[in-house]
Ligand binder design. Structure first.
Ligand SMILES: *[C@@H]1O[C@H](CO)[C@@H](O)[C@H](O)[C@H]1NC(C)=O
Ligand SMILES: *[C@@H]1O[C@H](CO)[C@@H](O)[C@H](O)[C@H]1NC(C)=O
Ligand SMILES: *[C@@H]1O[C@H](CO)[C@@H](O)[C@H](O)[C@H]1NC(C)=O
Ligand SMILES: *[C@@H]1O[C@H](CO)[C@@H](O)[C@H](O)[C@H]1NC(C)=O
Length: 423
């Protein structure tokens, strides 16, 4: 009798263990922003989930390279085709107000295209089931209809950290008295006037959203998911928010317990650089400056005058320079500057001779540089880069220079400061 009980117990334990082993979730993720840096974050996060055995279906503009077995791509082919941002340099001088309006308009148009894309429609009309929805937060309230369609809770991923984009979803306070808005360029030590303007801008952004953006999102929701509840019921129902930031690189901000900082998760252990580039860096006895303005605004989009100012300044330094330049070289340059069409950024940042990173101040570049302990000179161009640049300077891991302020004197002064100030 006793041994029978024992056997039953064993069997039960075994069965339960087995159950645990075979439990995996079906996850539907949407990272629709047509920007590769947004995609990288989503892909890295979801790959880790899929490698744990969960089934991941990812809707995005890009396919994944060598995907895990439990991975399925639904590629939004050509959906952002024909988008013309005009001259990207105009973005560098655009006011916060204009930026807010532009991003909202572009965001609504993008989500309308996603919602009407045959691949997306295919998923919502299928008889598939999902246990969890993960969406990137990018002007896409209407997409939350997926949560209702599949009766699944949803997680939001924020590429930009704490902001008015996600705070209100979970009732997180974001005081305008000391937290600068993402489209302004204030640090966290604002003057009274800046605090006032920050608050005024917050009101403007919310009113604009209320009267212009949300009505569009509601109509997209209604057309795509006819049986969905009102947008607000979905919007205020997030289960978890994953923040691409970290307490160590951020001002002190309030955070409710279901907002989790995961910033830095996309940083990978360094891989070896291409042989000749590695040699070039190894031989740089005075160190190397790395220059890259990211993947949207390209170095070749700079005006020739600014490019020549930068080259003249570089020629005065002993350091070697590696410059990410995406086009053919049709101009003369000093002998200490080397151009590369594409560089594996994390690997070059990991090189011990790297002394300075001149960047547009995107959040990914910033996090990677902090991880590898490289000081930054931020030249913000668009989106939330002005806020990032102010933060970089406020928190002391770099300096900033506006594109429109680039002069030989200014640029040279800051590069010199960053290379020689031991702080
Ligand atoms: C789902 O639809 C496919 C055909 O589109 C069908 O073969 C399959 O049996 C359906 N599955 C369920 C669970 O209804
Ligand atoms: C809110 O989320 C919960 C838990 O996922 C779910 O049961 C509920 O139906 C959701 N409400 C709406 C309006 O989607
Ligand atoms: C904030 O700025 C004021 C002047 O605007 C300055 O006196 C003060 O020291 C600054 N505080 C910090 C923490 O930087
Ligand atoms: C140099 O930069 C500072 C601060 O960024 C700016 O106020 C100044 O106008 C710049 N000087 C020139 C000559 O552009």
């Amino acid at each position: 009798m006793k041994s029978c009980g024992l056997r039953l117990c064993l069997l039960l334990t075994l069965t339960l263990t087995l159950f645990d082993y075979v439990t995996c979730a079906k996850i539907l993720a949407v990272f629709h922003a047509p920007s590769f840096s947004h995609y990288i974050l989503g892909a890295k996060l979801l790959r880790a989930v899929a490698e744990k055995g969960h089934h991941v279906t990812m809707i995005s503009p890009f396919p994944l390279k060598d995907p895990p077995k439990t991975w399925r791509d639904i590629v939004l082919e050509d959906y952002a085709k024909g988008f013309n941002f005009g001259n990207l340099l105009n973005l560098a001088t655009m006011s916060g107000y204009r930026k807010e309006i532009t991003v909202n308009e572009v965001g609504c148009e993008l989500i309308r295209r996603v919602a009407t894309h045959p691949s997306f429609i295919g998923v919502i009309n299928s008889n598939e089931t999902f246990d969890l929805i993960i969406v990137e937060r990018f002007m896409n309230e209407a997409i939350l209809g997926l949560s209702h369609r599949f009766s699944a809770p949803y997680i939001v991923f924020s590429t930009i950290g704490y902001s008015r984009w996600t705070n209100d979803m979970v009732g997180n306070p974001g005081s305008t008295a000391y937290i600068p808005d993402l489209y302004l360029h204030y640090g966290n030590n604002m003057t009274l006037w800046q605090r006032f303007h920050n608050t005024f801008f917050y009101c403007f952004a919310n009113l604009y959203r209320h009267f212009f953006t949300l009505p569009k999102q509601r109509s997209i929701l209604k057309e795509t998911f006819p049986y969905a509840p009102p947008l607000e019921d979905l919007y205020y129902n997030a289960s978890l928010i994953l923040m691409n930031t970290h307490v160590s690189i951020k001002y002190a901000v309030p955070s409710v317990p279901n907002m989790i900082d995961i910033g830095g998760f996309h940083v990978s252990p360094p891989k070896p650089l291409p042989k000749d580039l590695k040699q070039y860096m190894d031989d740089a006895s005075n160190g190397v400056i790395y220059f890259s303005l990211g993947s949207i605004f390209l170095s070749k989009d700079m005006t020739p005058e600014i490019r020549d100012i930068i080259l003249r300044v570089f020629s005065k330094f002993k350091q070697r320079v590696v410059w990410k330049w995406e086009d053919d070289i049709t101009f003369s340059s000093p002998s200490n500057v080397r151009f590369e069409k594409w560089i594996s950024q994390q690997d070059i940042l990991a090189h011990p001779n790297l002394k300075l990173f001149i960047t547009h101040g995107g959040l990914l570049s910033t996090i990677e540089a902090i991880y590898h302990g490289v000081p930054l000179l931020a030249i913000p161009i668009f989106a939330e880069q002005f806020m990032n640049a102010a933060e970089i300077e406020s928190l002391g891991y770099g300096l900033k220079l506006y594109y429109t302020d680039i002069t030989e004197e200014n640029f040279s002064h800051l590069v010199n400061e960053l290379l020689n100030n031991a702080r």
